[in-house]
Every structure is written in structure tokens, then in C-alpha cells.
Design a protein around this ligand. Structure first.
Ligand code: ATR
Length: 283
């Protein structure tokens, strides 16, 4: 029996997940097909019900369904419940469990791609949307000493900070009021879409990396282009950098490991994602 998986979102035409997940299944010798399951909001409940079929191993969930999917599942991993968002569904014996590998994927990227251990370190998150939530909770759980949050809309930063404080009283969580001059951080993470191809902010920097201390890691969740304007500017300023592609691959690798119980072939996944990115570059 060929197993089936897919990515549930709207739209999903440009997702890289089918390319690198299919490559991972093929390289692991698992007979599975990873599909694009474009699902408008009105069709979400039916789509989730269809995952209970015996040949479905699971799914990924992306914008705009990461929160709406929660009440449709049978079980939630405690971390997904904490974040309030699910990006991975595992189907087993007709029961569906929800997981969040976005934040843990960022942590694995930090450790494996940037050799950066988050425990005891001071982070500034730029942005307070879904991506920032996953990253913030994962950093707090990993023992980060300080998590500061700046957001264009300050109310969202305040909400994230108060949720983090409630869940992790030991971490120092605070709203950052300005990006004009900021010091005292070991890593600054762009959790917004600023700089992403197709966002209308191509070429724009979400903040000036020269405003950080010289040892500060500059991380970007944007992976298209792989070397974003922020990363270019950070490299030019001599800062260590971490791009968005490792986070994308590691969230997928953790999902693969949940579905299959096998280690993900991470290098194969990177190569497939880079090939798909190259193929999608606009003329
Ligand atoms: P995601 O799940 O990818 O995080 P989201 O929940 O829509 O998506 O959050 C997008 C984040 O990018 C938010 O922090 C958003 O800021 P607002 O809360 O003020 O909307 C931020 N963002 C998007 N475009 C931006 C821009 N041009 N300048 C600054 N921040 C921007």
C-alpha cells in the first residue's frame, strides 16, 4: 500500500514541503506520496476527516489553518497546546494527534546549523505572529535567559510576552519598544515576512544588524531568497548568521521523524529544497 501525506493550507502551490518530503521518503525507501492539499477554510473539517483513512500517515498544516485545526484533532502534544498552533498531524489507527515542530525546528537549526546553544542566552524576536510564538515558546522551554519581543503592532508583542511569562516564569520576557538602538542580545531573530520574495518588501531590512553587538547572531525565518537582504547586511557587518532554510528543513525533519519513527535524511532534504528554490526563482 502506498502511504499518503500532504500539506494542508490555502494556498499551497508554492510550498517547498512536497519537494523535500518526497525526497526524504524516496531516500528512506518508504513507499509514500506527499501531495499538495489546497484546502479553503470551509473545507478544512472534511479534509481533516479524510486523514483518518488507513493509508494516510499524516499531514503538515500551514497558513491559514494552524490554529483552526486544533479542535478537529483527537490529541494534542503539550507543546502544540502551549503554542496554540499545529503544523504537523500524525495519523495512527484512525486517531489524529497534533504537533508543533516549527519552534523545535528553529532550535535544531540554531544548534545544528549555527552551533548556537540557546540556554542562558538573550534573544530579541522581531515580530509577534505565529512564527514568533513558536520560536518564543521553544526558546523559553530550552532555557533562554531573556526573550524580548518587538512588533510593528505593539499589542501583539504585549500578548506574546504575557503568554510567555505565564508559561515560563523563570525566563525574563519583555516588550522591546525600539529597534533604533538595541544592545544586550546574543541573537536577534527576524520573525516577520519583511525581505521575502513576493511580500512587497523585497530588499527591505526588518532592522539594521549594525545596531547589534558584534558577537550577536542574526537569524532570519525568511528562506526566499536563501540569502536575504538582512543576512547580506549582517554578513557585511561581520555578524554570524542563520538563514530561514534550516528552520524550514528541520521542522520538516522533525515531522518526518514523527510520521515514520526514522531519522530524517536531512542532507537529502536540503538538496531537494534548494533545487526547488532554484527552479522557482523568477526570471
Ligand atoms: P506568521 O505566522 O508567518 O508569523 P503572521 O501571524 O501574519 O504570520 O505574522 C506576521 C508578522 O510579520 C507580524 O509580526 C507582522 O507584524 P504585525 O503584527 O504588526 O502585522 C509582521 N510584519 C508583516 N509585514 C510587516 C512589515 N512590512 N513591517 C513590519 N512587520 C511586518
Amino acid at each position: 500500500m502506498t502511504l499518503r501525506l500532504g500539506i494542508i493550507g490555502h494556498p499551497v502551490a508554492h510550498s517547498l514541503s512536497p519537494a523535500f518530503q518526497q525526497a526524504a521518503f524516496d531516500a528512506s525507501g518508504i513507499d509514500a506520496r506527499y501531495e499538495r492539499w489546497d484546502t479553503p477554510p470551509a473545507a478544512l473539517a472534511d479534509r481533516i476527516r479524510s486523514l483518518r483513512a488507513p493509508d494516510v500517515l499524516g499531514a503538515n498544516v500551514t497558513i491559514p489553518h494552524k490554529e483552526a485545526v486544533l479542535p478537529l484533532l483527537d490529541e494534542l502534544d503539550p507543546f502544540a497546546r502551549l503554542v496554540g498552533a499545529v503544523n504537523t498531524i500524525v495519523g495512527r489507527d484512525g486517531r489524529l494527534s497534533g504537533w508543533n515542530t516549527d519552534g523545535p525546528g528553529f532550535l535544531r537549526a540554531l544548534r545544528d546549523s549555527a552551533a548556537f546553544e540557546p540556554a542562558g542566552r538573550r534573544f530579541l524576536l522581531v515580530g509577534a505572529g505565529g512564527a514568533a510564538r513558536g520560536i518564543g515558546f521553544a526558546l523559553a522551554r530550552a532555557g533562554a535567559a531573556v526573550i524580548a519581543v518587538w512588533n510593528r503592532t505593539p499589542e501583539r508583542a504585549e500578548a506574546l510576552v504575557s503568554d510567555l511569562r505565564r508559561a515560563f516564569p523563570a525566563a525574563t520576557c519583555e516588550v522591546q519598544s525600539s529597534l533604533a538602538r538595541f544592545r544586550g542580545f546574543d541573537a536577534v531573530v527576524n520573525c516577520t515576512s519583511v525581505g521575502m520574495e513576493g511580500s512587497g518588501t523585497e530588499g527591505v531590512l526588518p532592522f539594521d544588524p549594525e545596531e547589534t553587538e558584534s558577537h550577536c547572531l542574526i537569524a532570519d525565518i525568511v528562506y526566499k531568497p536563501e540569502l536575504t537582504p538582512l543576512l547580506r547586511a549582517a554578513e557585511a557587518a561581520g555578524r554570524p548568521v542563520l538563514g530561514g532554510l534550516p528552520m524550514l528543513i528541520y521542522q520538516g525533519a522533525l515531522a518526518f521523524e514523527l510520521w515514520t519513527g526514522k531519522p530524517a535524511p536531512v542532507e537529502v532534504m536540503f538538496a531537494a529544497a534548494r533545487a526547488a528554490l532554484r527552479a522557482s526563482v523568477r526570471p
